[in-house]
Each structure stands twice: as C-alpha cells, then as structure tokens.
Ligand binder design. Structure first.
Ligand code: 4AZ
Length: 255
C-alpha cells in the first residue's frame, strides 16, 4: 500500500492529502502538521510555541509554484484556536510535544479536492511495520536551512522503544538520556532515510488495510539519516483520548 513514489523520494502529487504546511503571518515556513478532521489538525507543540497568528495551508505540494491542478487552501488559525497539550512544559525534554489546531468555521470542505483529506487516528500499537514520513525539511542536519520545494517522502521501519533508547544512548549526544515512553515512538535508523530539520510536525503514517493511520509526528532526533540512530516521533496513540475529548468539547458534543 505504498503511495506512489519516485526514485529520489519525491512524493507524487496528492499522495499525502492530510499534509499541512504551517506558515507565519509573514508567509515564512514554520513546519508541518496533519489534518485529522474537517476542523482540526495536529502538529508538534515546540514548532509553534513562540508563534502568533499562524496560518496553515492544505493541498500543498510544490511550494515554488501555484500551478497545482487543485489549488492549496489557506486558513488563518486564531491564537485561541491553538491548543497546546497541558503537560507540554519543556522545550528541552519535549514531553507531550503535541498541539491541536482548530480551523475557522466551517472548516475545510472534505471530498471536494482529492488533494485534501484526513489521516485516521490509530487505535492499536503496531510493530514490525514500515511506515511513511513526509516533509519539506532539509536533506542534512548540517545544511538545515536547505528546505525542499517539492514534498518528499521516505519509508522507514518502526523501532521498539527499548532498542531506540539503547541506540540513542550509544550516540555521543545521547549519553544521559531517557525516553518518555508515553510521549514518543521511534522510527528509522537506516542510513540516509530520516526526517530532519524542518520536518517537525509532519506525520508518520502507517498503512493498515489500505487506510493511513497517524502513528507519529516528527518531533526530534540526534543528527539525520545516521545508521542505527532512529528519529523520535510523538506517540499519537498516547494522546488519542486528549485529542478526542478536546474535539468533543470544542464542537459542543456531549459525551
Ligand atoms: C529537527 O531539527 C529534527 N532525524 C527533526 C527530526 C530529526 C532530527 C532533527 C530526526 O526538527
């Protein structure tokens, strides 16, 4: 169930219709996100913690052109429609690195453009799976301002938490390091196939029975694309109850 791929990791147009671009009010690129509902998207808290008046763009693919067959749709997100996880308290540990973005009413009309739709929230743990991560982020950590113009994708394996913790600890930067298992999942560790600077907030999606489920959000890592050094992703499964109860509360649905 791999989305269509070209050889250099460039995604084909419309393969990741839940993809969200977050930009500043001045149009500067901030990071990625994932559409999960016609009025809600998820991203990582640390990318937008110091930003005001953000906007999101849906249906984007090549950021250098405006010739997509289906035009990208832009929405301003009011500051009180940015809902940070209440336990996101540290830019250092990045525990609970998740935020909900609420689109202005009535939200995006789904089913109109094939390039805009939602990813599913996961309902169970996966292991031994290969999943997908996308983004416009940098090719290498040391050249971290060199963003891509066309959305890139890679496939990568999920890595269990014990292995991931050991592998991160084995790096020079990771010596004194523990993973908050509730907050994070890991994926990658293959040479040259990784998320990197600028990919923060983007989705790690896994295909189950032909549907894409959002297992992770790009959060952080130690370097990029180094063999046996997985990237660290927000464990979306851990935050499902918070996400669903927030949406119910904000939509005024009684439960
Ligand atoms: C970053 O700086 C970043 N290799 C994101 C992901 C990874 C490294 C850095 C994972 O946003």
């Amino acid at each position: 169930n791999a989305p269509n791929t070209t050889e250099d990791g460039q995604s084909s147009y419309g393969s990741y219709p839940w993809e969200v671009v977050i930009i500043s009010d001045k149009g500067e690129f901030i990071g990625g996100g994932v559409l999960i509902h016609n009025r809600y998207a998820l991203t990582v808290a640390h990318k937008i913690y110091y930003s005001y008046n953000i906007k999101i763009r849906l249906g984007e693919w090549n950021t250098n052109t405006t010739i997509e067959p289906f035009p990208p749709q832009e929405f301003s997100i009011a500051d009180n429609d940015v809902i940070f996880h209440p336990n996101f308290t540290s830019m250092k540990t990045l525990k609970n690195d998740i935020a909900i973005l609420r689109l202005p009413s009535p939200g995006v009309r789904l089913g109109v453009f094939p390039t805009i739709s939602t990813a599913c929230l996961p309902n169970k743990l996966l292991s031994n799976e290969r999943c997908w991560v996308t983004g416009w982020g940098a090719k290498t950590f040391s050249n971290s301002s060199n963003y891509q113009s066309i959305l890139k994708e890679i496939d990568l394996p999920l890595i269990d938490q014990t292995t991931c913790e050991a592998q991160l600890k084995a790096t020079r930067l990771g010596e004194n390091f523990t993973l908050d298992r509730n907050s994070f999942v890991c994926a990658g560790g293959e040479e040259g196939k990784d998320s990197c600077a600028g990919d923060g907030g983007n989705g790690l999606v896994c295909s189950v029975n032909g549907r894409f489920y959002l297992y992770g959000l790009v959060s952080w890592g130690i370097s990029c694309g180094t063999l046996n050094v997985p990237g660290v992703y927000v464990n979306v499964l851990s935050f499902i109850l918070w996400i669903q109860s927030k949406i119910r509360e904000l939509e005024g649905v009684s439960n």
